[in-house]
Write a protein that binds this ligand. Structure first.
Ligand SMILES: Cc1cc2nc3c(=O)[nH]c(=O)nc-3n(C[C@H](O)[C@H](O)[C@H](O)COP(=O)(O)OP(=O)(O)OC[C@H]3O[C@@H](n4cnc5c(N)ncnc54)[C@H](O)[C@@H]3O)c2cc1C
Length: 355
């Protein structure tokens, strides 16, 4: 739960609906509902971050999971398998490696902000403590869930916030609410994961099928399913936040303690910090624990590994799950709801090979 517990902003709410926020276990015994019942908690929608983090820890406890919390420094090939070196120097020899290391190293810092220090330009991934920005002037760049929710949390923490977005208008998830309340017709149009618009939502619930679609079309489906948009519970919280749309920041410079932003309409903003809700770009070479000698043998689509059955890459025994698998199996793999498919696809493959 490191990502959720230490990176996501305090006070965050999950974007995924409750039914799509349970981790997968073989008997569906350890769902979010089971955790809430066991902890005598009132089920809330949307799901608060703290609840989800505690649910994850409870889940692990229920499984009696044997989790080694040391950091992996390096993975090397060591015929017939791999040598995994941990930060304390211990080396472990294994036949297979399943990489499930998340999106942290993939966060995007657009070129224009490269000269700003990490304290000046903060990616939403690192913006956990919004309260320390009370009274500060903050430009939030982007129009996806991270940008919009961070803007709401910063505003509520008494920062002076302006959202700057390239899009002509903000988009909200589930704008056609009535389509979600038509019983069996709704189930035909949307899967319960609620990833993507009508129709696409249904398709992406079948990652095996998605993997058979030609790459170009698969990419269009993926990008459409996760295009920048905010949850429906955000607009009232953003009502008093300044919004500038259809504008790009063309220059960001430092002047004393201030940051001067130039926009493509010639206007200027002076702020104390920039919050980057600029997303992530999967690029295997950014995983520092995977040396170049290994990643160069992994067939890729622009940074994403090409994966076959059991999430195996072109390097036998090296598997990738989570966001890195989304180019092969579709956008479901970006989300918690993808854990069920990931487990059902991966574990039989590993078990077969063990036998
Ligand atoms: C802003 C934001 C909001 C999101 N909201 C939602 C949401 O509402 N609902 C949803 O379903 N999904 C959401 N997601 C997607 C979310 O990232 C995934 O659902 C989920 O966290 C992916 O799980 P994971 O295990 O692949 O990666 P992570 O949860 O990121 O876990 C990666 C793990 O790998 C560990 N690790 C990394 N490197 C090493 C190393 N070298 N050695 C040892 N361990 C290592 C980390 O410590 C961490 O525990 C959101 C993502 C972002 C960025």
């Amino acid at each position: 739960m490191e990502f959720w517990a230490t990176k996501m902003p305090e006070g965050m709410l999950l974007r995924s609906p409750r039914v799509a926020s349970s981790l997968s276990d073989p008997d569906r015994a350890f769902t979010l509902e089971a955790y809430e019942a066991a902890s005598k908690m009132e089920p809330l929608a949307p799901v608060p971050l703290d609840t989800f983090v505690e649910y994850g820890r409870w889940f692990r406890h229920q499984l009696g999971s044997d989790l080694d919390q040391r950091t992996v420094l390096r993975v090397d090939r060591d015929s017939p398998g791999f040598r995994v070196t941990l930060t304390d120097g211990e080396e472990i020899r294994v036949k297979r490696v399943v990489v499930a290391a998340g999106v942290g190293p993939f966060r995007k810092k657009p070129e224009v902000f490269q000269n700003l220090s990490p304290q000046q330009a903060i990616h939403c991934y690192e913006g956990r403590d919004v309260r320390k920005f009370a009274g500060k002037r903050i430009a939030v760049i982007g129009a996806g869930q991270s940008a919009l929710e961070s803007a709401a949390l910063l505003h509520e923490a008494k920062a002076q916030v302006e959202i700057i977005s390239r899009q002509p208008a903000l988009r909200w998830i589930g704008q056609h609410a009535w389509l979600h309340h038509m019983g069996p017709i709704t189930s035909m149009l949307y899967s319960s994961h609620d990833i993507g618009p009508l129709g696409i939502s249904r398709l992406v619930a079948y990652p095996k099928l998605v993997s058979k679609i030609p790459l170009k079309l698969r990419d269009r489906i993926r990008t459409r399913a996760v295009r920048p948009a905010g949850s429906r519970w955000l607009p009232p919280r953003l009502a008093d936040v300044k919004l500038t749309t259809e504008r790009t920041v063309t220059q960001a410079t430092t002047l004393g303690d201030e940051i001067v932003l130039k926009l493509d309409d010639g206007s200027e903003r002076r702020v104390d910090h920039v919050y980057l809700g600029t997303g992530y770009r999967v690029d295997l070479s950014k995983y520092e624990f995977l040396p170049q000698e290994l990643t160069r043998d992994v067939e890729q689509f622009d940074g994403y590994p090409k994966l076959a059955g059991g999430f195996q890459s072109s390097v036998p025994g090296l598997h990738f799950i989570g966001a890195t698998a989304a180019r092969s199996f579709g956008p479901l793999l970006y989300f918690v709801a993808g854990t069920e498919f990931a487990c059902r696809e991966l574990t039989p493959h590993l078990a077969r090979n063990l036998r």
